[in-house]
Design a protein around this ligand. Structure first.
Ligand code: G16
Length: 542
């Protein structure tokens, strides 16, 4: 029976960079999840009888939320809900299923790399028929709806057994529980040379992949160990757990430090890798060599033709604005266009749909291609493996040769987390106000060449996105970017991205902190970080 339940709006249900993310207890507030889900459905048209893909990263509250979303989707008129067994679907796998089964869209329950558990974070995002995150005009319509909502619809019925694969009728529609891994693994087999990668493992190549007790465990175990023959033990923490086993599933040098330490030992694995809560980010560390996400994008773009799925070459490369400009050099050499978009994977969707770009990437550890409409952690690792299998060189050799050929973009991101929102907003406003006077200013030996507030004009749908980050360019090729994160759940997070290009191979072996030393100091001076936030040091450097 379909029940219509009266409700009143909750404040603050505006989706951020990637969906709505809040503390778990907020989502557990009666009606909170329901209001947002109904607002999604109220903002969509024409889904009567259509299919909705549904899954999540397995974090605390995932199973309960899956039951709510599927009962609401059927009550609102969807015909069939395709759910990953156990409520599990990685973000890229969900994107693939939407495309493969021509679904109307999908709902993914995840707060990505944010910590989970009863006191952690929870999140929900809507993906459109192209498999990608809903564009801004849809997320804004959802937000508008959350402010006026007065009722939601839900099917009154017993919970569905999420652990049993198969189809069942439920109310006016149907639910199909599917293996979350099979279709995705098949897609990877089409893109990459599995025989060649299996040969690499046979020859003794050692991989350590840490699934961080999040969603990628089942995918990684099937693909790396079962299909490619990596020895048992290559995949760590492979069982998704509601609290991620106490891990913080953010694949960076802070939360995956153990992988870095392992990779830096003389007899460490050839490749240490990790993904995040929902499987769309990646971390790549070769023996003795950490690869920054920006470099990884550039190197994968330069070598993608070595994998069968990209043998025909790339149509274009896209990167988010704060991502280093290493990929620009590759695009130049390949003679393909380079697109610079605001932060948020949703901005790549149109470029991929229009066939303007093949590979996209971000400094925030995301890389992907036109195979889906999300970034894809395991895809990036498989492309690295395919490149390694063909080139027969170490990651360190591939990286240093790339720098020698293209130049090196030294890069660092300084995050000031959970600062007072008012101070952070005032800092950005002050920078914005100062923009007209910045050009030509000298700071010691450095001179500002150009400064602006990044705005993006989408070449496909003509939409404009303004205020996407303050960019300050220096005459020597250095750059500092300031923006506020759109994924935090407490206060504000100021991100400062610092970069400098070094063409001379003799100077490419410096420590990043040394190569960027003067710009790092200046980043505080120009923006008055200590004055506005009270912080004299960042919380995390990546
Ligand atoms: C999301 C977005 C990415 C973005 C990242 C960080 O990733 O999909 O495009 O780069 O957040 O965004 P921000 O700098 O605003 O915090 P994920 O992996 O969290 O879904």
């Amino acid at each position: 029976m379909i029940e219509t339940i009266a409700t009143t709006p909750f404040e603050g249900q505006r989706p951020g960079t990637s969906g709505l993310r809040k503390k778990t207890p907020v989502f557990q507030t009666p009606g909170y999840l329901e209001n947002f889900v109904q607002s999604i459905f109220d903002s969509l048209e024409g889904f009567e009888g259509a299919t909705l893909v549904l899954g999540g990263d397995g974090r605390f509250f995932n199973r309960e939320a899956i039951q709510v979303v599927l009962k609401m989707a059927l009550a609102n008129g969807f015909g069939k809900i395709l759910v990953g067994r156990g409520g599990i679907l990685s973000t890229p796998a969900a994107s693939h299923l939407i495309r493969k089964f021509s679904a109307f869209g999908g709902v993914v329950l995840s707060a990505s790399h944010n910590p989970g558990g009863p006191h952690g974070d929870f999140g929900i995002k809507y993906n459109s028929a192209n498999g990608g995150p809903a564009p801004e005009k849809v997320t804004e319509a959802i937000f508008e709806r959350t402010k006026a909502i007065s009722r939601y619809r839900i099917l009154q019925t017993a919970d569905v057994d999420l652990d049993r694969t198969g189809s069942l009728r439920l109310g006016p529609g149907a639910v199909e529980i599917i293996d979350p891994v099979a279709d995705y693994a098949q897609l990877m087999q089409q893109l990459f040379d599995f025989d060649r990668i299996a040969g690499l493992f046979k020859s003794g190549f050692r991989l350590r992949f840490d699934a961080m007790s999040a969603v990628t465990g089942p995918y990684a175990a099937r693909i790396f160990q079962d299909l490619l023959g990596a020895p048992a033990g290559s995949v760590l923490n492979a069982k998704p757990l509601p609290d991620f086993g106490g891990h913080h599933p953010d694949p960076n040098l802070v939360h995956a430090r153990h992988l870095y330490d392992l990779a830096m030992t003389a007899d460490g694995p050839d490749l240490c890798a990790a993904s995040d809560g929902d499987g769309d980010r990646n971390l790549i560390i070769g023996r003795g060599r950490f690869v920054t996400p920006s470099d990884s994008l550039a190197i994968l773009a330069a070598n993608a033709h070595l994998a069968p799925g990209y043998a025909g070459g790339l149509k274009g490369i896209a990167r988010s604005m704060p991502t280093s400009r290493a990929a620009d050099k590759v695009a130049e050499k390949l003679g393909v266009p380079l697109f610079e978009t605001p932060t948020g994977w949703k901005f790549f969707g149109n470029l991929l749909d229009a066939g303007l770009a093949t590979i996209c990437g971000e400094e925030s550890a995301g890389t992907g291609s036109d195979h889906v409409r999300e970034k894809d952690g395991l895809w990036a690792i498989l492309l690295w493996l395919n490149v390694l299998a063909v080139r027969g060189e170490s990651i360190d050799a591939i990286v240093t040769k790339h720098w020698a050929d293209y130049g090196r973009n030294f890069y660092a991101r300084y995050d000031y987390e959970e600062v007072e929102a008012d101070g952070a907003n005032a800092l950005i406003k002050a920078l914005r106000d100062a923009l007209p006077g910045l050009k030509g200013k000298h700071y010691g030996a450095l001179r500002i060449d150009a400064a602006d507030d990044f705005a993006y004009h989408d070449p496909v749908d003509g939409s404009d996105s303004t205020h996407q980050g303050i960019r300050i360019h220096f005459e020597d090729g250095g750059r500092i970017v300031y923006r506020l994160s759109g994924t935090g759940t407490a206060g504000a997070t100021l991100r400062v991205y610092i970069e400098r290009f070094e063409p001379d191979p003799a100077r490419q072996d410096q420590e990043t902190a040394t190569a960027l030393g003067d710009l790092i100091g200046l980043s505080n001076e120009i923006a008055g970080i200590a004055k506005f936030t009270g912080r004299t040091a960042p919380s995390v450097i990546t």
